[in-house]
Design a protein around this ligand. Sequence first.
Ligand code: CS2
Length: 502
Amino acid sequence: MVSISIELNTLVNRLSNANLSLASAGVQIPRYDRSRVTPGIVHLGIGNFHRAHQAIYADDCLAAGQLDWGIIGASLRSSETRDALAPQDNLYTIVGHQDEQTSLRIVGSIGHILVAPEGPAQLLKALVDPRIRIVTLTVTEKGYTTDLASRTLLKDHPDVRHDLEHVAAPRSVVGFLAEAIARRRERSVRPFTVLSCDNLPANGDTVRKILLEFTAGRDTDLEHYIRDEVAFPSSMVDRIVPATTDEVRAEVSRKSGLRDAWPVMTEPYTQWVIEEQFPAGRPDWARSGALFVGNVAPYEHMKLRLLNGAHSAIAAIGRVAGLETVDKAIGHPAIRTFIEGYWTEAGATVSRELNPGAYTRKLLERFANPALGHRTEQIATDASQKVPQRILTPLRELRAKGLPNAHLVFAVAAWIRSCAGYDDSGKAFSLNDPTLTTWRGMPDQALCSAEETTSAFMSNSSVFGDELPRDIPFVHSVASALQIFRENGAVAAIAALSQNRI
Ligand code: CS2
């Protein structure tokens, strides 16, 4: 079966500019002349999320005739995406799945992909190009080389240290941004706007802050220039984008009639809320529904705390319970009830004006989409970088106000339990969270009691900060929830909470 589909696959033409006319009927293709597009955006972190989100908004603008807003994508690590997309003229297919419906769209907004480690000078050249007016970022939490609990630059991070010494050959996001802004300034080229599209609180302000800390150690004139001249709007981005599987590749070849080495599958839902601060201009992303606001914080709180918070809780519980995908986890009555309780508590930290009730009703539907096959393992990746802003920030607020927070405490315990690296049946799974697994204080949960494990985790200040570990009732409740997880298994533990048996 596999070899037959591989053979069929090689008979299908490769996606490319020249082959676009061979796409099957019903496949949406770029209706603009790609050879006339010029770059206006450099995007750092050319992964699936960018390709299913910002690149689509850009594609719509290009189709509307705003041809000076093409994207140069850059990867700060591997050459995988460039290697897959370059032979197909950087075209790729977006597969939309909802219920029984599939939509296919070939996207043309990425003109070129650079691989930073292969040629940092080329990426700097692109960043200094006066045509570039915006630099967008999806570099994941880790890419900010920041201690998330204190929002300070990790000055001892090897890449940060390297970049302070080798300014012309940077490795990190801050290193590239600082050097590009410095060169533009020397050449009297107006600075670009830096637009973070990662799931971080006040993401624009966070990049600004770490960039200022970085430049303070390098050049105080540059620091002042960045403070006065460079805009860092914050933005909230939302679209669920699972990792691409071989099944998706095969489906795309079969349905579009063109072979695509790296299509991206996603849900129909998409949202982008952006602070209106673009002194160097911007494309008309509003035409695809982007919302421009004065302050993104209420939207970002709602999304990070309700969607991402629940996602991280589901990922931890799901992994421990042996449930591999979000739809399977949320389809389990005990988990669904738990998540509804979680939303009631976390929702108390979200602006009423945004109608969090309607938002979570929609989330239930989105999480339940079986076509996505969104893996709990994917969401659990780098969980130690996600838990602070998704779960612990609202938890601190709830505790400060004396509001109910038992579900969030259970989510913390579930995460700690999942860091044991085996599920309730004893089956091992890998923890893809290098910041945590290389942490010296990581307890061996098979040997440590729930209290010992909890107190070891509490000593990790880059996750828990300084204040929560001093909240003794909180530490006790995490330890007792962890004990309940150990004794009963994840599903029974959360069911007991929902039934008020604890
Ligand atoms: C997820 C997010 O992997 C994760 O951590 O929570 O990628 C989530 O799917 C997106 O933020 C949805 O917009």
